[in-house]
Design a protein around this ligand. Structure first.
Ligand SMILES: C[S@@+](CC[C@H](N)C(=O)[O-])C[C@H]1O[C@@H](n2cnc3c(N)ncnc32)[C@H](O)[C@@H]1O
Length: 266
């Protein structure tokens, strides 16, 4: 019997002499790192901040690929990767009873692919992209038989052929990971991806003011998300969740938008 996590393996053998456990070197390395780092989530967050700040001036999206590369296959090094569906997406799928069959979905900044896989399991025909080639290679390694179309792509330079092509667009925690100076441009690139009659789901940290915090992440403000409305989307519902890290300076928010194309008749 084997318990497999990525390429890490714990082998449990049953024999007449009882249970025998064999740990592969990778599994030992993983356990060690898990023990070291799960006790120090703050250390990983600090590492992310230092790395992001190093890239801030020259290439504000360049640090993601470095972080994934330096993790060397150890998911504990990626602070946003719980290796399961993000609960606020799962909750939305449950309450909306979304039926993906016959519908397309786009996952922006898909990271290690768990949300994309969940949407595919819900029947969507999923395209998932990330700016990090390392992240995309990792997704393909984790889910070799996946129906998801994983691609390396930059949200800020997408082909306009993708405009109005996706019935569901999922943006989970990518806007907040990019500097505030890029925010308006980032939102401008997301809004047009939603097909007529389609849904945009934004899952993000939000704060009550426009003060720029010590990120990443940099929570969004009401005035910033209002840009989605200016770009033609309509807000359907907004759900608030308590902060995951006990920081009362921000709220975790899920906003559902729909896009109804104006047919020109009024
Ligand atoms: C904070 S992580 C969130 C990952 C995933 N959405 C989740 O919730 O687990 C942000 C992700 O967006 C990706 N990303 C950042 N800038 C991007 C861009 N311009 N285009 C595409 N992906 C980007 C990063 O590589 C990273 O995987």
């Amino acid at each position: 019997m084997g318990l497999q996590q990525d390429n890490l393996l714990l082998i449990v053998t049953f024999s007449t002499s009882g249970l025998k456990f064999s740990l592969t070197p990778n599994f030992c390395k993983h356990l060690l790192r898990k023990i070291m780092f799960e006790q120090q989530p703050e250390a990983i967050r600090e590492k992310v901040k230092i790395l992001a700040n190093k890239f801030q001036e020259s290439n504000p999206t360049g640090w993601f690929d470095v972080l994934y590369a330096e993790a060397e296959g150890d998911t504990a090094q990626i602070p946003w990767a719980p290796l399961t569906t993000y609960p606020y997406l799962q909750d939305w799928l449950n309450i909306s009873q979304a039926q993906g069959e016959g519908h397309t979905a786009l996952v922006i900044g898909c990271g290690l692919g768990d949300d994309a896989e969940t949407l595919a399991k819900s029947g969507f025909q999923v395209t998932a992209f990330d700016i990090s080639p390392q992240a995309i290679a990792w997704c393909q390694e984790r889910f070799p038989d996946s129906s998801v179309n994983y691609l390396v792509a930059d949200l800020l330079a997408l082909d306009s052929q993708w405009h109005h092509k996706f019935d569901l667009v999922l943006e989970s925690r990518t806007i907040q990971a990019l500097p505030v100076e890029m925010r308006s441009r980032v939102i401008n690139c997301i809004a047009p991806l939603v097909a007529s009659g389609g849904t945009l789901l934004v899952i993000t940290r939000m704060q009550d003011n426009d003060v720029v915090s010590d990120g990443p992440p940099w929570p969004l403000s009401d005035s910033q998300v209002a840009q989605f409305i200016e770009l033609g989307l309509q807000e359907v519902r907004r759900d608030f969740f308590s902060s995951e890290v006990g920081d009362s300076n921000f709220k975790l928010v899920r906003i559902e938008y729909c896009f109804i194309e104006d047919d020109g008749e009024s």
